[in-house]
Design a protein around this ligand. Structure first.
Ligand SMILES: CC(C)(O)CC(=O)SCCNC(=O)CCNC(=O)[C@H](O)C(C)(C)COP(=O)(O)OP(=O)(O)OC[C@H]1O[C@@H](n2cnc3c(N)ncnc32)[C@H](O)[C@@H]1OP(=O)(O)O
Length: 258
């Protein structure tokens, strides 16, 4: 597939996807969503890729769904095709880790997409928000649910009811982002973090991701049981033998990713 709205590159064992609609603040049009799904499919299939970074520009990670594309749709258009499902959520069913590197605006579907990633590293100029209420609608790609889980009911409710944006410092305080870095360091920092993850054992990384994500879907008791089963499963991998042997022999591990 030829990409017109994203840039896709491979740097070592890291796949980098850059949203690239500079004239529209990286608004998420249907073509961009198709391209993003295709790029993620490609990285999932590529055994050489062990972590993915999703980023935008210095001005905007993404300013939401493309309002101009969406504005004339009527109820049966959106209800009939179950608009904003499936491919919009493609990031959530990516089994390899996905880091969102967010600078500038992450609004509406942009904020929702960042929250679908495994964690967010934010630049100091990042602004997060769910402004759908200001254009006569509400979040439709998980914003009311994921934002509430990240920052709690009070802040999520205020943001969804008023459209207020949260700056990077508030986002870090509230647990929405893992770290805030200077704008000029964002990509390098995200890539270094991704390389660190890509340099570890892929099965362990995938199991850790699955276990953390389960915390959002189940009770504590079930989550702990699920974690323990995955922990047990890790002992069936070559990499568990290698990792523990390497520790005991005081040498770096030579991962097989098996
Ligand atoms: C996924 C769902 C279901 O949750 C739904 C949604 O995501 S709805 C969309 C929610 N997002 C918004 O409401 C944000 C809309 N954008 C803005 O508020 C502003 O553009 C801004 C604050 C991000 C930036 O403001 P400013 O610096 O003044 O730049 P602009 O002149 O407004 O924008 C430049 C250019 O980009 C176009 N643009 C921006 N956002 C979108 C968008 N979401 N969809 C389509 N186009 C967008 C904007 O119209 C400008 O284009 P031109 O007028 O220059 O052609």
């Amino acid at each position: 597939m030829a990409y017109e709205n994203i840039l896709v590159e491979t740097r070592g064992n890291v796949g980098l996807i850059t949203l690239n609609r500079p004239k529209a603040m990286n608004a998420l049009c249907a073509a961009l969503i198709d391209e993003l799904s295709d790029a993620l499919d490609g990285f999932e299939k590529d055994a050489g890729i062990r972590c993915i970074v999703l980023t935008g520009s210095e001005k905007a990670f993404a300013a939401g769904a493309d309002i101009k594309e969406m504005k004339s749709k009527d109820f049966m258009d959106v209800y009939g095709e179950d608009f904003i499902t499936h491919d919009w959520e493609r990031v959530t069913w990516t089994r390899k880790p996905v880091i969102a590197a967010v600078a500038g605006y992450a609004l509406g579907g942009g904020c929702e997409m960042a929250m679908m990633c495994d964690f967010i590293i934010a630049a100091e100029n990042a602004k997060f928000g769910q402004p759908e209420i200001t254009i006569g609608t509400i979040p439709g790609s998980g914003g009311t649910q994921r934002l509430t889980r990240f920052v709690g009911k009070s802040k999520a409710m205020e943001m969804c009811l008023t459209g207020r944006m949260m700056d990077a410092a508030e986002a870090e305080r509230s647990g929405l982002v893992s770290r805030v870095v200077p704008v000029e360091d964002l990509l390098e920092d995200a890539m270094k973090t991704a390389e660190k993850i890509a340099g570890l054992s892929l099965p362990s990384v995938m199991m850790a991701k699955e276990a953390v994500n389960r915390a959002y879907e189940t009770t504590l008791a079930e989550g702990v049981k699920f974690e323990r089963r995955l922990f047990h499963s890790s002992f069936a991998t070559q990499d568990q033998k290698e990792g523990m042997a390497a520790f005991a022999e005081k040498r770096p591990a030579n991962w097989k990713h098996r």
